[in-house]
Write a protein that binds this ligand. Structure first.
Ligand code: ADP
Ligand code: ZN
Length: 724
């Protein structure tokens, strides 16, 4: 075999594809190998890609690969997944590569050498050799001292196994290898008949080792987690890896704890708040196979799994899976693609599945497993609507007397209330009583939100902050600024006034110092050290508080007028979720929804627990307008420092848009609702296309033909969820 004269290497930069390099001396690195390559004056990390190379640069001019890393190679399946994702999201593959390698290469301590079983038994088997192989099968790779200590054999036995080809050296992170492996049989649950049936179906699919997609559809508290943990156990028994994706970092602590109880060891956790050292440890552990179970945010999908046996997407309907910045993608959808490529089952779990997923069930692409009842005979909370026009709060307040009375009664019974308002801070808007001026962010089209605890006004989009001024910045009038509308801090103040004896706790992402503080807060609620919890969506899911029996939704209409195509769906899901916090123990729960629009379809459907009715109405409306999941949308977002220039580019795009494709049209350009974001002016176009159309194939030549000035950025968002 002759050595190749050029090697394609993908680097984490926005080139259209891999770049060609001359091979390094020695055996040519195989596709998937991590390498260092020169690029201009720099050296960057890349991955040897598939194919023969681009062939544009003459062989004599190619620069050689500078170094070959000894990290576990990127698997062929991961490379195919990356290529697919780049093509679908219309991003350069190098930009997608960033998601896969961002933790591979940083300055954490170097890995050490350990040993793993090769799967080949030695010709001569002795009890001591058997002991080592059994240990490696159960615990995964380990360092030589750790293996010898655990098995009590001599170093010669290990050396003999290596010479016989039964074990081989492997680079491991000592800390990852030292951790206990999850034990699928650590604490077996007693499942109900429904749970058992679903768990058996999932476990069978895991055993099958092929792609299967499931919707695990169960009301809040029906034991979805309990059920999918059996599928995880099945994958672990087969020595395969599992990843569980959650929509929010805040949920990882609670899930980690439940997994530890079931499997006797904590899973590896993956999210953006990890230290670089922890990131590298998990990345390497996943790559060498010593980490079998990962719980994390959407980015955990890009870890270097060697042999994925199952993917779980919990709360699959949650928009937290959607990434808008950089490479725009939906974590749930990409998880399904990765499952098809890895040939493993995927479980999407939800009490309020997305319309996208329900459409896939209807089309027969996903199998639906139903858990119709709450575990242990608990009943779903009764929901009542408070018509705020008939039972208004006192002037300057936001809680109806109907709600505060119910809270007082709940407290008198020694039970807990939860007030839900999806708005951080004290007040969403500050207004001058004298001149009517509203305090806006200088960088964004957004009001500054008052955070009274921190004595600041803050932008929730760019992070801009300023002290709360004494005088109006516009007219100079002193003490004229008034907060308008409530945030959770203001509701807490009101609770302190109407129920002074109540022990209160505000739960919002910015009032806590991270996942650990959140866990401490949850523990305090479980220990009944709190009477009234006032929280944002952070409290909506994943927790079980047996004494929580009343949920008050402060503003059930919030977001209804947003104009976003999924506004109704999102309110239905979030409200159902938060109402589902009540009455999960022996005491029945109830919920009160404060609304100014009790006749609105979504409010009536929530109150009646009528998911099917809501979904049917929503589906009909989406079908009528050709909206997702029955049609496709692609958002094109142009941004730049000069407003007029951005609009000019937008108009040029619209002028050259393809015209003769049935059902394909382009709306806009129009200034984005968030016309200014982080100091850049934004203009949007929206592409509508029929479901069956390969919309990327239509967009690619159109967008490639545009001459877009360097200062203007075009972001493509296929399947957009946020229309800011
Ligand atoms: P979901 O994910 O559907 O909201 P969970 O799995 O969190 O439901 O279960 C709700 C509560 O019921 C949890 O406290 C869980 O531990 C408990 N539970 C569910 N199924 C069982 C079971 N088979 N045995 C014991 N406890 C269960
Ligand atoms: Zn801002």
């Amino acid at each position: 075999m002759t050595a190749p004269s050029r090697i394609p290497v993908l680097v984490s930069l926005p080139f259209p594809g891999p770049l060609d390099y001359a091979p390094p001396p020695g055996p040519p690195p195989a596709p998937g190998t991590f390498v260092e390559v020169p690029l201009g004056p720099r050296r960057v990390t890349g991955v040897v890609w598939d194919g023969a190379g681009e062939g544009v640069v003459p062989a004599a001019k190619l620069r050689p690969v500078a170094a070959v890393h000894d990290w576990p190679a990127m698997t062929a399946r991961a490379r195919r997944f990356l290529d697919w994702m780049a093509s679908y999201t219309m991003n350069a593959p190098g930009m997608v590569l960033r998601h896969f390698v961002n933790a591979a290469n940083n300055d954490a301590p170097a890995p050490t050498t350990g040993y793993r079983a090769t799967g080949r038994d030695p010709e001569r088997m002795t009890p001591a050799r058997r002991k080592v192989l059994d240990h490696l099968a159960a615990e995964g790779p380990g360092t030589a001292p750790a293996i010898l200590a655990a098995t009590g054999v001599s170093a010669g036995v290990l050396r003999g196994l290596a010479e016989a080809g039964a074990v081989e050296p492997v680079e491991i992170m000592a800390a990852a290898a030292a951790g206990r492996r999850p034990d699928p049989d650590f604490a077996l649950p007693a499942l109900s008949a429904d749970q058992r049936a679903a768990a058996d179906d999932l476990a069978a699919a895991v055993g099958d080792g092929a792609y299967h997609a499931f919707l695990l559809d169960g009301v809040t508290g029906s034991g979805k987690t309990e059920t999918y943990m059996e599928a995880i156990a099945a994958a672990l028994r087969l020595g395969r890896q599992v990843v569980v994706l959650l929509p929010e970092i805040a949920l990882t602590a609670a899930v980690t704890e439940r997994f530890a109880g079931r499997f006797g060891a904590a899973p590896a956790v993956w999210h953006s708040d990890l230290t670089p050292r922890a990131r590298k440890r998990v990345w390497r552990g996943v790559a060498d196979g010593s980490v079998p179970l990962v719980v994390g945010a959407r980015s955990a999908l890009f870890l270097p799994y060697r042999s994925l046996g199952l993917i779980v997407v919990d709360e699959e309907h949650d928009q937290g899976f959607k990434q808008d910045d950089g490479v725009a993608y939906h974590g749930r959808d990409m998880a399904v693609v990765r499952a098809t490529i890895e040939k493993c089952p995927i479980v999407l779990a939800s009490a309020t599945p997305s319309l996208e997923t329900l459409a896939n069930v209807e089309a027969g692409r996903y199998r639906r497993l139903v858990l119709p009842e709450r575990h242990g005979g608990a009943v779903l909370p009764e929901i009542r609507v408070i018509d705020m026009r008939q039972n208004p709060p006192e002037r300057g307040n936001f809680l109806s007397p109907v709600l505060t009375r119910a809270m007082a009664e709940t407290m008198a019974r020694g039970e807990q209330s939860l007030l839900f308002l999806n708005r951080r801070g004290y007040a969403p808007l500050t207004l001058c009583r004298h001149c009517g001026h509203r305090i806006e962010c200088p960088n964004c089209t957004a009001w500054l939100v008052e955070h009274r605890n921190r004595r600041q006004l803050a932008c929730h989009h760019c992070g801009h902050v300023m002290p709360i001024p004494h005088a109006c910045p516009e007219c100079g009038e002193e003490d004229s600024l008034v907060p308008c509308g409530p945030g959770v801090e203001r509701i807490e103040e009101e609770v302190a006034n109407v129920l002074p004896q109540a022990r209160r706790l505000v739960l919002a992402s910015d009032t806590l110092g991270g996942p650990l503080a959140l866990q401490a807060a949850f523990d305090a609620i479980a220990a009944r050290e709190v009477d009234v919890v006032i929280g944002t969506q952070i409290v909506a899911k994943g927790h079980h508080f047996p004494w929580l029996t009343l949920v008050g939704v402060v503003d059930a209409d919030l977001g209804l007028d947003g104009g976003d195509l999924r506004a109704g769906e999102r309110i239905f899901q979030l409200t159902t979720q938060v109402v589902g916090r009540a009455g999960r123990g022996e005491r029945p729960g109830h919920a009160l929804l404060q609304t100014f629009d009790p006749e609105a379809g979504v409010i009536r459907a929530i109150a009646a627990h009528d998911r099917d009715g809501f979904v049917a109405a929503e589906q009909a409306a989406r079908k009528r307008h050709g909206l997702p999941p029955y049609g496709r949308l692609v958002a094109l977002i142009l941004s730049g420092p000069d407003q007029a220039e951005v609009m000019t580019v937008g108009r040029a795009l619209a002028r050259t848009a393809p015209r003769d494709i049935d059902g394909f049209d382009v709306l806009g350009p129009a200034p984005a609702p968030m016309a200014l974001l982080r100091g850049r002016w934004r203009v949007r176009l929206l592409v509508r296309a029929p479901r069956r159309l390969n919309v990327q194939a239509v967009l690619r030549p159109w967008l490639d033909a545009q001459a877009i000035p360097g200062r203007v950025r075009l972001q493509v968002d296929v399947d957009p969820y946020h229309f800011m």
